[in-house]
Structures are given as structure tokens and as C-alpha cells.
Design a protein around this ligand. Structure first.
Ligand SMILES: [Zn+2]
Ligand SMILES: [Zn+2]
Length: 280
């Protein structure tokens, strides 16, 4: 399986609009890999995308992907869904529509039941966007996945984590976990054992953050997000060979170079950047 992290950024864009901090200025000047698109992942084998952050249109263009057949949604949070108008960019052809022809190759949209329910609630006064894309414009075809599904020879297991999802991709005894956001506490499940790679967001990187901010022991972020120590524990608990931290927030106050240096401190833990590829 060959994965491409087409967006490694967090909740806010990097560079963050209006911000003149060192990290944002550097990202503005140098571009990638210092700048980061919103958090998403692409699996090349089956042309599958996970999540549609607001800037997904630009991330897809930057990544040179030429085909997307399936989109998985991890959860409703806007930093993972509000680029869903990308379905129009990818499939809508107004000239055809003007002649009464709708799209004939809809994108398969998959999510767990609780996530699909949430996604369907994203609407305008005319109704749910996904209803419009599926029923009127035929751009997508939604399916709820209970536990697992196969696309070609790749098995994708969906594990519920609070109101979000952890995905497990399996092929030929290789296993990759993708847990982008809102996955703390991490679900207990033997399926995670002996994975080749865990790509995980939801992590605070370091105790000294943007502008020298010290993260105190009682800071609320520690309840919502994993610390690096907790990531190491998770890696050991499930005997995972390699962990890649994604969803890297501007608030962590770290540049691409800082993350490279940090990698030396950890065994088998790396930090994502846009267009990073992972092959297992
Ligand atoms: Zn900044
Ligand atoms: Zn998120």
C-alpha cells in the first residue's frame, strides 16, 4: 500500500492568516514543506481520500493526484469536512448539466453511521449539502460502513472513537492505522496490534509551544490531546513499528526543521509533512 499525506496541518492553516510569527513567516517565504495544508490522507492503490479540509482543492492540486474514487470521512469537525464542495470541483460539469446530463461516475462516500448522521446535518436553507450532491447532481454515492469494507484487495476497518473514527487499512499482512483527530481516549481493540504504521493526529508536540508558551500539567489540552509520552505508550502497547504524527498545529510553534530535529529524540516516531509518502 502506498499512502500520501496530502495535508499534514492542523485546525488552522499554516501559515495562519494575519499571523506574523516566525513559523508562519517562514512558511510564507519558503512554502512547502514549511507550509501545511489541512489534515488529509490519500491511498494511491485505490484512489481513496480521507477527509476534506477547507483547502483540500489546493492540496489535491499540489499533490498531483489524478483520480479519486472514494472519500472516507473521519468525523464532522469543520477542519475535516468543510472542503466538501471539492465534490463539485471534481465531478460537476455545468456544460453537461445545461444539456440535462448529470454526473455518471459518482464518488463513493463512506462513513460510520454516527459520522454520516453528523455529515448529513451540514446544510444550507435548501437542505443538506450531501443530499444535493447525491440526489440532485449525482456527484456522490453515500454508504454507511458498520465495521469493515473491502475496496479491491484492501480491507478497511472502521473503529468508533468517541464521535470520530479510526481507520485500519490491511493488505498482504501489512497494516496501517489512520487516526487523524478526536481519538482520545484511544479505543481498545486488538486490531491495532503489530501494525506497520500508525498515522495519528490529536497530539501536542512538546511542553514549550508557540511563543514560548509553557503547557502546564493541568492544562485542559492534555485531556483532549495525546502527549508525546502517551504516543510512545500507545506505540509500545500495540507493538507498532512506526508512528507518524500528523495534524500538526501552528500553535505548537515548530517549523519543519524543528520536527526533523525532534525525530532524533524518538525511536520509530516521525512527523508528517505535505506530500510525505509511506509505503508498506
Ligand atoms: Zn504563526
Ligand atoms: Zn481535526
Amino acid at each position: 500500500m502506498k499512502f500520501n499525506i496530502i495535508g499534514s496541518g492542523g485546525c488552522a492553516a499554516l501559515p495562519k492568516p494575519l499571523c506574523k510569527c516566525k513559523i508562519c513567516n517562514e512558511a510564507r517565504e519558503k512554502g512547502h514543506p514549511y507550509s501545511r495544508f489541512g489534515c488529509s490522507l490519500f491511498l494511491e492503490d485505490i484512489n481513496l481520500l480521507v477527509d476534506t479540509p477547507e483547502d483540500i482543492v489546493h492540496a489535491i492540486n499540489f499533490s498531483n493526484i489524478s483520480k479519486i474514487n472514494t472519500v472516507l470521512f473521519s468525523h464532522i469537525d469543520p477542519d475535516h469536512t468543510l472542503g466538501m464542495r471539492v465534490f463539485e470541483h471534481m465531478r460537476l460539469n455545468w456544460l453537461d448539466v445545461s444539456e440535462g446530463k448529470e454526473c455518471t461516475n459518482p464518488i463513493n462516500v463512506l462513513a460510520m453511521e454516527h459520522v454520516m448522521y453528523d455529515l448529513n446535518s451540514i446544510k444550507s436553507k435548501l437542505g443538506s449539502y450531501l443530499d444535493y450532491y447525491e440526489n440532485t447532481r449525482k456527484l456522490i454515492k453515500r454508504s454507511v460502513v458498520k465495521d469493515a469494507t473491502y475496496i479491491d484487495d484492501i480491507k478497511i476497518t472502521f473503529v468508533k472513537a468517541n464521535f470520530a473514527t479510526v481507520f485500519v487499512f490491511e493488505k498482504d499482512n501489512k497494516k496501517v492505522i489512520y487516526a487523524p483527530c478526536d481519538v482520545k481516549p484511544f479505543p481498545n481493540n486488538d486490531i491495532f496490534k503489530d501494525s506497520n504504521v500508525l498515522i495519528i493526529g490529536n497530539t501536542i508536540v512538546g511542553d514549550v509551544l508557540k511563543g514560548g508558551y509553557i503547557l502546564k500539567d493541568d492544562n485542559k489540552l492534555r485531556d483532549e490531546l495525546f502527549t508525546m509520552d502517551e504516543i510512545v505508550n500507545l506505540k509500545n502497547k500495540y507493538n507498532i513499528k512506526e508512528v507518524i504524527i500528523t495534524h500538526l498545529e501552528e500553535d505548537w510553534g515548530k517549523s519543519y526543521d524543528d520536527y526533523l530535529n525532534l525525530e532524533n529524540k524518538y525511536n520509530g516516531i516521525k512527523f508528517a509533512y505535505d506530500k510525505m509518502t509511506i509505503e508498506v
